[in-house]
Design a protein around this ligand. Structure first.
Ligand SMILES: [Zn+2]
Length: 149
């Protein structure tokens, strides 16, 4: 869709330094900020506004991709807890926020946007994105191999 920021990003996804992995239905990318170390986003490949608009098979496949992504974040960053959010009020294109939470956070029992005003202080340079993406990719490939076995 013409005015969709996610569709626009998907057009240049191959050269995106935040790209972790291409799944059949989605792309996993490192989040722009790393206020939560390991924060990622999973972008559905097609412009669809709502999860319930997908057929059941696609919903299940997308969920598998979300779980593989989540396990990779857990293995790479060893968080205390995982948060998932699929909102899309601003960018109305199916995407998930995959947010690791840490015991060291004073506000770990609250939603992950409580400190959103601070996120911009945690933007990471492209080189660091590429490095973190590679770390996550390794865990994804291991997970996919293990499922094949
Ligand atoms: Zn879109």
């Amino acid at each position: 869709m013409r005015d969709c920021a996610i569709c626009h990003r998907l057009k240049h996804i191959a050269s995106d330094p935040a790209l972790v992995h291409e799944f059949a239905h989605s792309y996993l990318l490192l989040g722009n900020h790393q206020y939560y170390a390991g924060y990622c986003i999973l972008l559905y490949k097609k412009h669809v506004r709502e999860l319930h608009e997908l057929d059941a098979e696609t919903q299940a496949a997308l969920n598998r991709e979300l779980m593989i992504s989540t396990r990779a974040v857990v293995k790479a960053f060893e968080p205390w807890k995982m948060n998932h959010a699929c909102l899309g009020n601003r960018d109305q294109h199916i995407h998930w926020h995959i947010i690791p939470r840490y015991e060291s956070e004073a506000d770990r029992h609250y939603d992950p946007w409580k400190h959103a005003v601070e996120f911009d202080q945690w933007l990471v340079p492209d080189a660091q994105k590429t490095e973190l993406a590679a770390k996550l990719k390794q865990h994804i490939l291991q997970d996919i191999e293990r499922m094949k076995a």
